[in-house]
Design a binder for this molecule. Structure first.
Ligand code: MCN
Length: 806
């Protein structure tokens, strides 16, 4: 049997989904009551009264709840998921606002009715009165702190954090050249096609709760709900149905609705469901990315960096349920493949009266990559050197691996790169995009009056973050194999790749393996899907579990065939002596033999009879250290994250008149260790690049000064269509195995998005000759930059001011 590891296996999950046979949250619970939420229309206000009287006569109304109705535990602020010593002023929201609202969209009242329309009708009739308070919108306002988001948080500062390796002051002081840059990334968001949603059923006889949530962590939701509703873990099941994308936003657990809905279901004794609508997703889920960075870099004539000092400010929105993960990732992953002699990073995480900020695909890395790559481009420009040369002169070399960056990473462990070959990646990228040939192409285009530019961006990404993930593998007496892992799936293809791994280990056809994810009934211990960790964590765990099942199968078969287990192999679902496929036992029959009760009603049972033996009458039927069945259960817990890497390059054309930006080519070289399924990895890269391009050129959450999100719909928020994403994304893989897991793999799920802003800023800058320091950039932004640049050159004609056709 040829190995399925590394094979371009078609995704097994797609057929069902494409035929419309998927079951997403809103497809479930037709019998459920519906929830609508009255949300704050103000960015910052005190609640002075809630009058529900006008709503009470609404048809179908079942219940109305305000903060005052919540039992003690539910009335407390929701948990701070990831505390950090530097997070001195962590604030999390209550499920319903407790007297004050801190962003437009914050839930204030929950309405339950027989359907969503009626619930919305009743919600419209509820009169909440507010005394408005000054709103703090944007990083500058938060830093000035003329007004405070939380009265007890001075300076609006949730955290201040500093890391340093080497002596940056000395390094900068001794550097022949010093540059300073100010670099900004604006707000964006995950915007999965399916919003958040939760359904809960309470079984009063059993005293048990069953929930379905469109989440990235069913075990996290279960733990939070059990704690908040005072239930034993064993009395709560959380099932993740098909999920229409998450991209980070569905990891926060629990969302207010995730505790309110099961609480109401228990109280009312009826199933209750909440499905977020698109406007709610815009204003009341979570955003990411907004950061302002000040960089001071000192370097030599060669371009080698002596000292790098990055001071930045992170807009964390109104609350920090997710702790400091985003700015910590920026501060530590910013260095990418480079090794400055000394590095100091300091950030403030600041409260603003806007929706909270939690990780969105890339989680702080696109910002870090933008800062580092813009800095390297600025060094190259200052010294008149080729941009790839400056990069190469700063690379960590393959022989220096494992490389300790001297920082503490997001998992609290030392930031040590496990493996990678950055010079080789760069060589591949230059070849793929034709870097050395580009100047001639640019010149030829210029002769035709066209502006072309090329840019590149490099990153290193910590993936496969711990602490653990588990897997369970069970061989049925039919020979089919059931696999369960606790983490959830949102479209990454886990059913396929985990089946590939188990089929390889157990020697069964892929079609005989069925994988279940995100169902606490099937696997109760799990962390979740984020940080590009499923392949490394669950991939390794199910592999180890399958190896255990295999060892057991071989032992049972060896006993039945009266041969040594070492002489046996499993191929096509048959356990047989090496080189003798005719004389073997079907794996299903082995499963029958593994159970002294021989409890099976299929052909495997009949086949098993020929091996029947009474066993040793002096021994118990199941030995003390054994169990019936062919099963394996294992956990994988790596010592630290593994570091994937990659480099992207793009060629763009900017229109002289309209300032329209067109991507002519987009190339990716990528190293996520050994590839389980190159086709799936390429799909992940395509999706990531689409989101990277979106963040660079189109998507921007636009708050006005009162904290109203003015583009809270797909009419105004420019999510790119297929027409805006590069038609062809050219990909080349490099495989540098990780030594930190049994499969040698690294993660791939976020990589595509990371360098998008850096690459496109560089390419536009190259085309225009104007520094690009803030992303995203739209044609009108570019037009304004052209005018600004022209106004600084006395007597020059403003580029871009030429009328079309002139
Ligand atoms: N893979 C592989 N070989 C490797 C590495 C990965 O074949 N060496 C495969 C994996 O087996 C998996 C896929 O590539 O099928 C992504 O793997 P991994 O990097 O482990 O990432 P996760 O599965 O943990 O997914 C999380 C990641 C993140 S953090 C976000 S955000 C994101 C993303 O995945 N959200 C997504 N990709 C998404 N894709 C879809 N369709 N929807 C989302 O919400």
């Amino acid at each position: 049997m040829s190995s399925l590891f590394g094979a371009r296996v078609q995704r097994v999950e797609d057929d069902r989904l494409i035929r419309g046979q998927g079951a997403y949250l809103d497809d479930l619970g037709e019998d459920a009551l519906a929830v609508a939420l009255v949300r704050s229309p103000h960015a910052h206000a005190r609640i002075t009264g809630i009058d529900v009287s006008a709503a009470l006569d609404t048809d179908g109304l079942v219940a109305i709840y305000t903060y005052e109705d919540l039992p003690d535990k539910l009335a407390e602020p929701l948990p701070l998921l990831i505390p950090h010593p530097d997070l001195t002023h962590g604030r999390t929201p209550c499920p319903l606002a407790a007297g004050e609202v801190n962003y437009v969209g914050e839930p204030v009242v929950m309405v339950v009715a027989t359907d969503r329309y009626l619930a919305e009708d009743a919600a419209d009739l509820i009169d909440v009165s507010y005394a408005e308070l000054p709103a703090v919108i944007g990083i500058e306002a938060a830093r000035k702190a003329e007004h405070l988001v939380h009265a007890d948080v001075p300076g609006n500062r949730a955290a201040n954090s500093v890391q340093e390796h080497g002596d940056v002051a000395t390094a900068l002081g001794s550097a022949p050249h010093v540059l300073e840059l100010e670099l900004r990334i604006e707000r964006s968001a995950s915007t999965p096609l399916e919003g958040r949603g939760v359904l809960a059923r309470w079984d009063p006889q059993a005293g048990q709760l069953r929930m379905w949530s469109s989440t990235q962590t069913s075990t996290g939701v279960r733990a939070a709900v059990a704690a908040k509703l005072d239930l034993a873990l064993t009395d709560v099941d959380v099932i993740t149905p098909d999920v229409g994308g998450g991209f980070g936003v569905k990891i926060v657990h629990p969302w207010p609705e995730e505790v309110l809905v099961p609480w109401a279901a228990r109280l009312l004794g009826r199933p209750v469901k909440y499905t977020e609508d698109r406007r709610e997703h815009f204003i009341a889920s979570a955003h990411e990315r907004a950061q302002l960075h000040h960089v001071t870099v000192g370097f030599e004539d060669s371009g080698r960096i002596r000292g790098l000092h990055v001071r930045f400010w992170h807009d964390n929105g109104a609350y920090v349920p997710y702790g400091l993960i985003v700015p910590i990732v920026t501060s530590t992953q910013l260095l990418g493949p480079y090794k400055p002699d000394a590095y100091r990073v300091e950030f403030d995480s600041l409260y603003t009266n806007t929706v909270l900020v939690t990780p969105y695909r890339g989680a702080g890395r696109p910002h870090g990559c933008f800062v580092m790559e813009r800095t390297i481009d600025a060094i190259a420009a200052k010294l008149g050197l080729d941009r790839t040369l400056v990069r190469a002169r700063n690379f960590i070399q393959p022989e220096e691996m494992p490389y300790d960056q001297g920082l503490i990473f997001q998992d609290g462990r030392p930031l040590i790169y496990d493996s990678g070959d950055y010079p080789a990646l760069l060589a591949r990228l230059k070849k793929l995009i034709g870097w050395d040939e580009f100047p001639a192409r640019k010149q030829a285009a210029a002769a035709e009056g066209r502006r072309l530019g090329i840019g590149l961006g490099c990153y290193v990404e910590g993936t496969g973050v711990g602490p653990y993930e588990g897997g369970h593998v069970l061989v049925e007496t039919s020979g089919k194999v059931k696999v369960a892992t606790g983490l959830t799936t949102q479209g990454q293809g886990h059913q396929t790749i985990l089946a590939q791994l188990v089929a390889d280990e157990l020697g069964v056809p892929l079609a005989d393996v069925e994988v279940v994810t995100g169902d606490t009934r099937r696997f109760g211990y799990a962390v979740g899907t984020f940080a590009s960790r499923a392949a490394v964590m669950s991939g390794s765990a199910v592999t180890l579990a399958a190896r255990k099942a295999r060892a057991k199968a071989l032992r049972v078969a060896a006993n039945a065939l009266e041969v040594a287990a070492d002489d046996l192999v499993i191929e096509n679902g048959i356990v047989h002596v090496k080189g003798d496929p005719e004389a073997g036992i079907a794996l299903g029959t082995v499963a029958v033999l593994s159970n002294p009760l021989r409890y099976a009603f299929d052909t495997a049972a009949a086949a098993a009879t020929q091996f029947a033996s009474g066993g040793d009458p002096e021994q118990p039927p199941v030995a003390e250290d054994d169990e019936p069945g062919i099963e394996g259960r294992a956990f994988f817990s790596p010592v630290r994250s593994t570091f994937a890497s990659g480099m992207h390059a793009a060629i763009v054309e900017t229109d002289q008149d309209t300032a329209e930006i067109t991507i002519l080519r987009y190339c990716v070289v990528h190293d996520c260790g050994r590839l389980i399924n190159p086709q799936i990895v390429e799909g992940q890269i395509h999706g990531g690049v689409a989101q990277g391009v979106a963040g660079a050129l189109y998507e921007r959450m636009a708050y006005d000064e009162d904290g109203q999100l003015v583009n809270a719909s797909f009419m105004d928020f420019l999510m790119p269509y297929v027409s805006e994403v590069p038609r062809r994304i050219e990909i080349d893989h490099q495989e540098t195995p990780s030594p930190l897991n049994p499969l040698g793999i690294k993660g791939a799920g976020e990589a595509g998005v990371i360098p998008g802003a850096a690459v496109l800023a560089a390419a536009i800058e190259d085309a225009e000759g104007i520094p690009i320091t803030s992303m995203p950039i739209s044609p009108s932004d570019l037009f304004e930059l052209r005018q600004e640049a022209a106004s600084k050159v006395p007597g020059s004609r403003m580029p871009g001011s030429r009328m079309p056709g002139s």
